[in-house]
Structures are given as C-alpha cells and as structure tokens.
Design a protein around this ligand. Structure first.
Ligand SMILES: Cc1ncc(COP(=O)(O)O)c(C=O)c1O
Length: 451
C-alpha cells in the first residue's frame, strides 16, 4: 500500500462474524443490575416482558464471542466493513507528527453506528413473532436506525423523540417516517410517564425511555429496544473495534497509542474500545482509551458511581453506573445523543477500574474542531462525534509540541448532515458553553435511590 493511502478498507469476507464480549476477559465482573422493586439481582424472567430471549441471553452471557446471525451479516454488508481513514490533511493542518485515523460509521443507512445494534435487535424480535418495537430517540439517530431495521424485518416502529429534538429537527422525523416509523413528541399526553410533565416540556432521554417502556410493557406482541447502555447493545457495536484492529494492521501500525470516542450512553465508545481492552489485557498493545462527554452533561467526570434507574420514572432495573441522577435534565446542547444522565454499566465499570479515562469538553470547542475537520477531511461530523475529534485535536497538538508520533484512533460515530441547524447556530456565534453548577449537580444526585 502506498505511503499516501488515506482509506483502509476490508473485503466483505473480512467482516467480523462474531461480536466480542469484554465481560469474558475482565479481571473483576461488573456489578449486576437490580430489580427496581426488590433490589435483588434481575434474572432473565424480569426482562422477558421487554426483550426477546436471544437478547436477554446476550445481556448476561459470559462467552467471549457471540456468533452474528447470517441474516444480520447480510444486512451489515450494505455498509460494513466501514472504512478506516487516515486524516492526512488534518494532520498537515495541525502540523503534527501524530498519525490520526478515524473509523467512520456515518456510511450506514441511518448515518451513524446505531444500525450495528438496531439490525440484530429487530432481527431477534422478528423471529420471536414481535410485530412492533417501541423506543426513544434523542438526536434522532437511534430512532432512524431502528426505523430502518424494522422496515427490513416487517415490523412497525414507534419512536418517542425528545421534545427539544423533535422541535428543532423536522428532517429527522421525516427520515424516520420515510423508513415507516410513527414518531411522537416526548413527553406525550398518552402515557402516565409523559403526563407527569407539563405540555411543551423539552423532554429528556430518561422521560422518552419511560414512555416507550411503559407502552411496550402493556402488550405481548410489542417489545422495547434500547439504542445504548445495555450489555447486548455494546456487544453488537464491537464490530467497529474488531474491524479497526484489522485495518490498523493493514495500515502497517502495530497498535494504537490513543483510542478516543464520544460517550452518551457509551455504545460507540464501547464498540470501538472493547476489542482494544482485550488486546491491552492480553499485553499485545497498550493504548490509552478515552471517553469524551459534554461539560453540560458530565456523567463520567462529575457523576457518582452508584445504582440508579436508567429512566426518569424508575421503570428500568437499577444499574450500577456513573450517574448525574435519573431526574437530571441536561441543558439543550446540540449533541442531543450525549444528553443522558447515566452511562452504560460496562463502560462505567471499566472507567471505575481504570481501564478507560474520561474527559469533558464544551460544545464550542467541539464545533470548532468539527468545522476544521469538515474543511480538511470533507466530512461534517455529527455533533456527538465532534467531541472525540476535539480531544484528538488536543492530543495531536500536544504531539506537535513534544515531537511524539502517536497513533490516534478516533471514533467518527456519525455524520452531521441532518444536524446542520446546530452548525448554523454555531456559525452564527450563538452557542452557550454552560457548565453544570455544583448546586444543580447536588440537587440532581439527591434523587438517586439510597440502597
Ligand atoms: C452519532 C452519534 N454518536 C454518539 C451517540 C451517543 O451514543 P452512544 O454513547 O451510545 O454511542 C449518538 C446518540 O444518539 C449518536 O447519534
């Protein structure tokens, strides 16, 4: 391969046939989820109202690898393996000796990594006779991904979209409807969880999850699908990191020094980094793995590691995770997919055990880095992904100072072509950089259950 290569591609035949389960390799197991009523560890029966048996089995499996069903691989093939790019133009702009690679998930039909899990989730539900899936969406990426997957497997999809995002992103709604979904502005008047909030409330992911779970729990042929946080979702995303490892080798790299991903619920970060965790634990390479979150919703950097609900109404199991409190409603920053009060228990565990680091950045810095990225690499990043790019930029500039030629791998989890309203606001100079006050944090954390 020439020195000037910018794309590292895999053949269809090199696409992973298994998902990787990091739990199998962890020195200490993650604490179990607890039943919201009894506070005892949840068993498979507790989850059967919401999820099909295959996904419940994946949620609790200790197997190192899980076979990807053929029907899922056939759909993955529409956009996988996704490309790994070398950001040569960005490197030149930053005058850095670092080698920056980005794994681009924006090539998927929905424009983000979310289809890596929506397709298997829809598949497993469809083979169990489920006719309808309910879900929440923040930025709209997950709702789009699930709508697409349901359309392939002949199921209907109901999406509760966070009110602020519903109002500001009509194109997202149209895209979900194009894939056949019905979209509700959350909070609605139709559910008990929604009616707890005043009309016109901007909503939050926690509220939208409550509404979707409440509706799914009422009917046998309706189930719920979650776009992040749970073990099986993170498992499905590991195709990202597995491919990246192969592609780095094709690029002639013996490993990475830094692997950086944005973190909302933790799924794209987990998908990219968990295969690197395996390599690290096996002593094969020693990258720093870094989660980047918004300063306005600093779950990993300022939250507490304790049991909390995944939703606002307290319908989900209690999960041991970094949390800002399930009542926390983040300010309306433009990276809607990063506005979540909690964090995947597996990511939380790995951060707590010191395997993954966390950093919080303000949105203006992220948009500035995203615009520089667009003007050098040609891709307009999703506002969520811009957090990873901004940290990679900081690290590449540090290399320019120190002269180190680090290998930096960035998760570019999606494109921002439907988020141009956010770019419009940034370019007009209209974004606020709001840090969460200590006072607001204390109030939000006061709502976390005392176990
Ligand atoms: C493009 C993109 N990246 C990242 C995220 C954050 O989610 P997660 O942390 O689960 O990857 C989202 C969520 O909507 C997203 O749309």
């Amino acid at each position: 391969m020439s020195d000037e290569a910018v794309k590292y591609l895999l053949d269809d035949s090199e696409m992973p046939t298994q998902w990787y389960n990091v739990v199998a390799d962890l020195p200490t197991p993650p604490p179990p989820p607890l039943h919201p009523g009894t506070h005892q560890p949840v068993g498979p029966d507790d989850l059967s109202g919401l999820f099909p048996p295959e996904l419940i089995a994946q949620e609790v499996t200790a197997e190192r690898f899980v076979e990807i069903p053929r029907a899922v691989r056939e759909v993955y093939r529409l956009w996988r393996p996704s490309p790994l790019f070398r950001a040569r133009r960005l490197e030149a702009k930053l005058a850095t000796p670092a080698r920056i690679y980005y794994k681009y998930e924006g090539v998927s039909p929905a424009g983000s990594h979310k289809t890596n899990t929506s397709v298997p989730q829809a598949y497993y539900n469809s083979i169990n006779g489920i006719t309808r899936l309910t879900t929440e969406t923040g930025a709209g990426q997950w709702g789009t991904a699930l709508a697409f997957a349901c359309s392939l497997f002949g199921m209907h999809c109901d999406v509760w979209q966070v009110g602020a995002s519903f109002d500001s992103k009509p194109a997202r709604r149209t895209l979900m409807e194009t894939f056949g979904a019905t979209v509700f502005r959350s909070p609605t008047r139709d559910t008990e969880s929604g009616r707890a909030f005043p009309e016109g409330h901007p909503g939050s992911l926690g509220i939208a999850i409550s509404e979707a779970v409440e509706v799914a729990a009422q009917q046998d042929d309706v189930k719920y699908a979650l776009g992040s946080v749970l073990n099986h979702v993170l498992l499905h995303q590991t195709v990202i990191g597995e491919e990246a490892l192969l592609q780095l080798a094709k690029a002639g790299e013996s490993g990475a020094d830094l692997v950086i991903g944005c973190a909302g619920g933790g799924s794209n970060l987990a998908g990219l980094t968990f295969p690197f965790v395996r390599e690290k634990l096996a002593g094969k390479q020693n990258p720093r793995l870094i989660a980047v979150e918004p300063a306005a919703c600093p779950t990993l950097t300022r939250g507490e590691y304790r049991y909390d609900f995944g939703d606002t109404a307290g319908l989900t199991p209690l999960m041991k995770m970094y949390t800002l409190g399930h009542d926390f409603v983040p300010s309306a920053i433009h990276a809607g997919g990063l506005r979540y009060h909690g964090m995947a228990p597996l990511v939380s565990h790995l951060v707590h055990e010191g395997h993954i680091e966390a950093v919080a950045l303000h949105q203006n810095e992220c948009f500035a880095a995203a615009i520089e990225f667009a003007r050098t690499e040609g891709i307009v990043p999703a506002p969520e992904s811009s957090h990873a790019i901004a940290l990679a930029r900081q690290e590449a500039l540090a290399c320019a100072e120190s002269g180190e030629d680090k290998v930096i791998v960035v998760g570019l989890s999606g494109h921002g072509m439907l988020e141009l309203g956010a770019y419009e606001s940034y370019l007009a100079g209209g974004l606020a950089d709001e840090a969460l006050s200590e006072e607001a944090l204390t109030v939000a954390l006061a709502g976390v259950p005392q176990l």
